[in-house]
Every structure is written in C-alpha cells, then in structure tokens.
Design a protein around this ligand. Structure first.
Ligand code: AMP
Length: 587
C-alpha cells in the first residue's frame, strides 16, 4: 500500500463532474431516482436499445455521431444516431423474418466491425438475447457457449465461420441461422449461411421496439469458474439504469464526450461501457477495429479528440514499457479523464500515467456478474495509486469471511484482508447463471453477493485488491477457468493428468501455464510439448490456450483426487508449500 496520493482532477473544470461530493452523493442516491433518468418505451416498458438510440433521435439529436468506427487502416466511418436507429431497425426486422423473437439467443463472433454493434442493439430491440463472443476463441469455447446458451442465430464473418464454426454445425442443433456479416450485398454466402447485408437491404427500416420490461433478459455474458463449464451470467434490460448511473459517476461521461472504450464486446466491459453506457448518455462512441498498438493508440487519442478513455492494465503496462517520451510525441488537449479496469492496476502505473499524460488512470473494479462498475476512483476525489477506489453511490460493499458453517463474519478493522462482498439489489446485477441454479445460489449468503476476490478496506473506505479467492486465471484481462484448459489437454492421447495455473507475468499479469503427466508409453520431449501446445491452441484459441507446458511424473493431488493447483503454483514460484496434509503425490 502506498501513502502517496494524486490530487483530484482539475483538468477542464468548466465541465462539472457528475460526482462532486462523494458522501453527499451517496446519501442522496436512490436507484428509483436513477431509473427516472431513463425515458422508457413510448407505450410503457424498458428496452436498452431504445434508451441507447431511439430516444436521442426522438429528441432531435439524430444527426449527432453515435459511433465513429476506425477500420483496420485507421479510416474513420461515422454512424449518426438516426442512421444507427435505421440500421438496428433493419436488423431487428431481419431477426423477425427469420422467426426469432423474444428471449431467443443471438450470438456474435466477429471482430469489432459495425455489424457487431448493429447486431447487439438490433437484437435488443427485437427482445432477443444477445451474447457476444471473442473472435480469438477456438472451436471449443465457441461450442460450449453456443450449446449452453442454445444459440438460435449467429452473426459472424465468412472466414471465422469456415475456420471455427462450420465443423460444429451438426453438434449445435438449435443453431438455425448463421448470418455472414462481411459479404457485399447479393454475394453468395457459404453453404448453410445467409448474407446479412442482402437481408438488411431487403428489410424495412421501420420497427417498433418490442415492449420488454426491466426484468426481461437482454444479455448473456459467459465467465469462467474454477471448475466446470463456463457460466452464462444473465443480465436484464433494467441493467441500463446502472450502466447510465455508473458511467456518469465512475467515468464522468457527458453527452459532449468522445469516449473510447478499448475493450472488445466479447468481454462485459466492451458491452456495458463499449456500447450501452456511452450511447445511453448520448455521447460519441469511438471503436477501433485494430488490436493494441501503442503508436496507433496515441495517434487515435490525438486525432479523434478523445475526451474520456477507458482501458485496461495490460495495455497500460505495455505503454509504460515503451516510455513516457512516446506518449509526449502527441498532444491530447481534449482528454480529461482516463480509467482502467479488469486487473489490478499497480501504483507505479498510476503514477507513471500522471507524469506521461498529465493525469492518472483512475482504477475501477467490477466483474461480469455485477454488470456495471461497483468500486471506483472518481474524477473529483483524490486518487490513491494502487487502490480500486470506493463503492459507487447505490453500492454497499464490505469485507467478510465465510465461516465453515456458511455464515459471513464482517471484518470491521481497517486493512484486514477478507472476501469482497456486495449487498445485492443494484439493477445490473446478474439474475442467475443460465441453467445453473446451484452455482448461482453458492454466490450468496443472505443478501450478500460473494465476489470471489480478496481485498481490504483502509480507514478512509478505499478498497485494495489482494487476489482471487479461487484458482481462476487473469491473463491480459481475460478470465480463464483452469478446468476448461485441463479438460482440453486431457483429450490428447498422451495426457494422463493436467493441472493449470496462472504464472505471474510483468505485462499480462499472469500467463496460462500447464503441467501434464503422461500416460505410460509416452516420452516427455520437446516434440510432444510443441504438439500439446498446438493441440490446445487449435481447440481453445490463442487467448485461452497455455503459453507454457511442463512435464511432471505425476501431479500433486488431494486424497480425494483433486489436483492441488495451489501447490503447483507455489512450487513454480519457489514459495512455501503451505498446508500439504491432504497431499497424495504421484498416484
Ligand atoms: P471479469 O468478470 O472477466 O470482468 O473479471 C472480473 C475479475 O477481474 C474480478 O473478480 C477481479 O478478480 C478482476 N478485476 C476486475 N477489475 C479489477 C481491478 N480494478 N483490480 C483488480 N482486479 C480486478
């Protein structure tokens, strides 16, 4: 913990911060009042896409740029609110023509192309449920998500379809329609798929948004646990109340802003704040199709006049490595607020950014299940480098320990470590894991939601991240369940046992590292190691697959046969082995 502070932002004081006085705002806040900042559907009900697009058009802001998309070459393409309304209407009509309606799952597997954004919002208009997936996923994670979520339609590109989905069609009986998003109108789509552009051109641009209500399902976001298959966290239309309120408080977003959220919509950040929140506020959302490239990012911040920037620690650490001089080669006169999420943001990075950009990154904390930012450093408050900040208005957080008989004992003393817990009841909270009631129930003790993160709170109420309470791995911002990786390694004929850990890494925070024990008759050598790496990469995709594999004669297990990942990790790092009373080695 560092005692150093960075004084609250004084940049652009002409734009009053949404949150001026932390304590007063918390006292005055109510979720009912936050809900009334939304319009609701003209005939009653609430729909995210209406709040994000149509209501701005109805108020006369149709000509304003809603989405500025930079293609791979960096060329900007602008979509006004009015045009986005028309395009999402057409997409909703396409879904209707295909027989898709309320509650049906529409999945996406694309890079950050305009159709991803059009599909997300058009799906919501249609009352269907949208589920974005990372385009870097391999066939295994894609198949798991689409089968658990019973995807009825998929929006993808011709090459992603051929490489990753075509071979899965027979094992996805619910998947009726595949819409190819990158073909010119009337071009022939691959067998068993449809050309989305052709369908869009033939669809009407008039659509009456389906009258969803606050508790209707809107989004499905998959996340990983320590064991079992990925979990589909269900989010409802009412979440938009929290998206709007939290973006005002934690990102200080105003309608005048040009907002750049670098996250991919395959991750919840890229949907809640990379689509919904900025549009609901009426700002201009910047999207870059290209992946991280420091030089391009600095140029983009400068040339596009970005005012609020939301990114992640892995990218910040990569920028740090290149040095502050590179940052200073460009000018950012409009930039007034920078925030970070997804992994711990070390204090050095906060201090560095303050020197390099003239303002610090404001760390904030949340997760797939919370649907929106829960804890944040605010523009109008001092930043404590290394701290995630304080709970947002409307959010009650605490540090607690779970007793063996299932009670929560709250930690009152400052700086004492325990699990971060949140009092249930904010609108963007997940409503369950799809078809996994028991796993959902396990997240709660009474009214309190257990986050699975260890943290501590200091005497001023600032929260400090300590680590995960489980074996889940965070690599370059992606949450990876070790079980999913072990499962795929075990498919290989040579593998008898597999154990997967997160190995600390100076840039990616952790990398996925696997330990395998071989079946009799197989020899541990470099050729087999490369074969296993390739097998995992082909099945899981580059994001999830292990970067390192080591062979062991046998893996450490408990007497009940569970692989002791913690012990593997302690040995890898040369740390004390801790309690090994249940260890059964080499069995
Ligand atoms: P995800 O559900 O993929 O967004 O991952 C959520 C997890 O990322 C949290 O439970 C934390 O372990 C981690 N995380 C998110 N934000 C932060 C942060 N600001 N500091 C430390 N860890 C974070």
């Amino acid at each position: 913990m560092t005692a150093e502070r960075i004084a609250k932002s004084t940049i652009h004081p002409s734009i009053p911060h949404h949150l001026q006085d932390y304590d007063a705002e918390r006292r005055a806040f109510s979720w009912d009042a936050a809900r009334s900042a939304l319009d609701g559907l003209p005939g009653g009900g609430l729909n995210i896409a209406h709040e994000a697009i149509d209501r701005h058009v109805a108020r006369g802001a149709g000509a304003k740029t809603a989405l500025r998309w930079l293609d791979k070459q960096g060329q900007p393409h602008d979509f006004s609110y009015a045009w986005l309304r028309e395009l999402t209407n057409r997409f909703a009509n396409v879904l209707g023509t295909l027989g898709l309606g309320k509650g049906d799952g529409v999945f996406a597997l694309t890079g950050r192309i305009p159709f991803l954004y059009i599909a997300a919002l058009g799906t919501l208009k249609n009352g269907s449920v949208f589920c974005p997936m990372f385009s870097a996923f391999g066939p295994e994670p894609i198949h798991q998500r689409m089968s658990i979520g019973r995807a009825k339609a998929l929006v993808t590109t011709a090459s992603l379809y051929q490489r990753k989905v075509a071979g899965l069609r027979t094992s996805l009986p619910d998947l009726k329609h595949v819409l190819i998003a990158d073909l010119p109108c009337e071009a022939e789509a691959p067998e068993g798929t449809l050309n989305l552009q052709t369908l869009m051109d033939h669809a009407s641009d008039q659509f009456t948004t389906v009258a969803t209500v606050d508790e209707d399902l809107a989004l499905l976001h998959f996340t990983s646990g320590t064991t079992g298959r990925p979990k589909g966290a269900m989010h409802v239309h009412g979440a938009v109340t929290a998206h709007l309120a939290t973006a005002r408080y934690a990102l200080d977003l105003h309608p005048e802003d040009v907002f750049w959220c670098t996250a991919d919509p395959g991750w919840v950040t890229g949907t809640s704040y990379g689509i919904i929140a900025p549009l609901t506020i009426g700002a201009t959302l910047l999207v870059d199709e290209q992946e991280f490239d420091a030089e391009r990012w600095y140029r983009t911040l400068q040339n596009e006049g970005v005012t609020v920037w939301y990114t992640a620690p892995t990218a910040i650490r990569m920028m740090m490595k290149l040095g502050a001089d590179r940052v200073r080669q460009y000018r950012y006169p409009g930039l007034r607020f920078m925030a970070s999420v997804g992994e711990p943001l070390n204090s050095e990075a906060v201090v560095w950014s303050n020197g390099a950009f003239g303002m610090p990154f404001h760390d904030n904390w949340w997760q797939t299940e919370t649907g929106g930012i829960m804890i944040a450093n605010f523009a109008a408050c001092d930043v404590k480098p290394g701290s995630m900040g304080r709970p947002l208005p409307g959010i009650e957080a605490a540090i607690a320990n779970l007793t063996e008989d299932g009670r929560l004992v709250f930690v009152e003393r400052p700086d004492e470590q325990g699990e971060l817990v949140l009092k249930a009841g904010w609108p963007s909270m997940f409503r369950g894991y799809l078809n996994e009631e028991a796993r959902y129930r396990k997240c709660f003790v009474g009214d309190w939601y257990l986050t699975g993160d260890l943290a501590r709170r200091d005497e001023e109420g600032y929260y400090w991240f300590v680590g995960r309470a489980d074996d889940v791995i965070k690599t370059s911002g992606h949450l990876i369940g070790p079980f999913e990786v072990e499962d795929v390694l075990m498919e290989h004929p040579a593998v008898a046992e597999a154990g997967v850990i997160g190995k600390p890494d100076p840039v990616a925070l952790e990398i996925v590292k696997a330990f395998v024990a071989l079946k009799p008759g197989f020899t541990a050598n470099e050729a087999l190691r490369l074969e296993l790496l390739a097998h995992a990469r082909k099945r899981l995709g580059a994001v999830v697959a292990p970067k390192e594999i080591d062979f062991l004669p046998g893996l450490p297990k408990t007497r009940s046969g569970k692989i002791m990942r913690r012990l593997l990790k302690a040995r890898e790092l040369g740390l004390p082995e801790g309690d090994i009373s249940t260890l059964e080695e080499n069995k």
